[in-house]
Design a protein around this ligand. Sequence first.
Ligand SMILES: Cc1ncc(COP(=O)(O)O)c(C=O)c1O
Length: 645
Amino acid sequence: MPSSPSLPAWFLGPRAENADLLEKLILEALRDHVFWRRNFHPEDGFTIRETDKRSEGYERAVAKMTQELMGLLAELKQGVPFFSGRYKGHMSFEQTLASQIGYFAAMLYNPNNVALEGSPVTTRLELEAAAGLQQMIGYDVATSWGHLTSGGTVANFEALWIARNIAYLPLAAAGAAQELGVKLDVTLPDGSRAPLHELPLWKLVNITNGAALDLWHALFETAPRADVQKALSEHSLATVGYQDYARRLSKAYGDALPAGVVLVAATAHYSWEKIVRALGIGSNQLIYVPVDTHFRMDPAALWRQVSAFSARKTPVMACISVCGTTEESAVDRLDAVLDVRARAERELGVTFHVHSDACYGGYAASVLWKGDGSRRSAAEVRTSLLGLDWPGEDWVRGVEALGRADSVTIDPHKLGYIPYPAGAFLLKDRRARELVSTDPPYLSQVREGEATEERFLGRYIFEGSKPGAAAASVWLSHKVLPLDERGYGHLVERTVLGARRLHGALGAASMGEFRAVMLPEPDINIVCWVMHHPRLRTLAAVNGLNEGIYQRMSLSRAGAQPEYIITRTRFQTPMYDGAVDPILEALGVCSAAEWKAAGADGLVVLRSTVMDPFLVSPPPAPDHVTGFIGALRRAADAALASGTP
Ligand SMILES: Cc1ncc(COP(=O)(O)O)c(C=O)c1O
């Protein structure tokens, strides 16, 4: 695959090859900012005078600052060399030059994107950047909504916060309608209509998002807005809180339902555990859906779980599918997950919010767009990748299905190559954001009919003050690298190519008696494997070898200067039950039952995220695949010899 001639201009470069360019652009941004200050009410005169700069106190302060900066710069060099082809660890690489410049330029203005008052420009940039992501995943920008967050955890939190509130919205609407003395019909999951006041509890918690939001709007048509708002609030979970809510339900319906559950792919990021705890849902209610041997959610297992919960009349608040798992970059077949929901609505009369955690993999959707705004087929992408058998048709169907998920989270600070902090929360039906809205008295009051998100983002989001600089950073990077095959799509393709090259080379490498037991080729660009040696006869010994390699190829030891940097994870029961079987079989040191008995020790798996678009560069660029394999062999030798296993 020929690399785009623009690629060398997108990053500072592993040896800071574009240092001149970065310096020039930073200076440009700084000078422009200085110009702005100098021309803002020039009649004000000067506060800091040239004579002040000649005082002893001034010079002492400058000397102190310079000295301390030198200290900081020295300390920072103990940081992680994400920019280097030798870094093959977590989902981090250097950031695009555009994002660095955008961040720096806006940081000088220090905008606060909580409200337009503190960020007249960057709030708009934030919404535009999010709209780009909405478009990339196939949402209709006119009816969807999106904004930036500090990262994936907060974005995922917002998704479940909204999903939970929509799930219980029809209950609040039923209570409010009764209080207001109004009668309304609502659409059931099978498409039929029914009077709201006649619905039993179980049916009320199984109304689709669209129907619940229609109902909510219909309610506002029946009485003055303030009255409806008050009645809804009095019956909403957000106001009442879980404890009282359950008591009220038992009183009103003679029965409180079992606690609602959240289904997540077994590969889900640990943030979901935090989120269900924080929202008061409880981690007992976080249910893992098994994944297949490619680490993708198993739709048949999902159907079995949904049916079982339906039989027990347990509400399913949401199903969390993953696009780009943290450990393996696996892409769930979201289309199949959505099919399961459609079947559940048809056959069982139950429904749930479908969220895609695309925090890592979301940017891969850019591969499927041409520069003219039309779609690229799987075959077209494969042709551009010179016959690589990626992506498959089912991958494309899964990624295109993002446009049908109720909400999606995507982190620009991961595969968007943008500085921290930058996540994004995208919502298919923008009306739903009202379900988490809060108005503070001291920020701009929102009047009905106003473009409120423009004026006051803080109303709809979990965070308060937030960096407008991050928004400028994402915005500028999307301008320079479009979210299609010419920009981000090209970057992602290069990393897939790199990951596949590394995967193939590792699997075929001759490393003496060592053998790399490869996990399947990744859906995007995270390569996982387990090192093995004939001398090792137990799972503990294999884990010991791999832990020993990781110690030697990571920055975990003080003063360590590894040749190459990788990371590792542990596949544990019950999350990886079944999925891990082919790896255990290839290792041949223990049965699945013995692995399960190992509990938290699990199976240590070595992991390399290939975000480096230069990995497949031809000479004279360094060959970091061959170099990596050599370093791995040396680390394995040392680990075995030291008796770590
Ligand atoms: C799939 C997935 N979701 C969510 C997160 C959480 O993102 P953050 O660390 O930005 O909060 C991660 C982080 O690695 C992730 O991989």
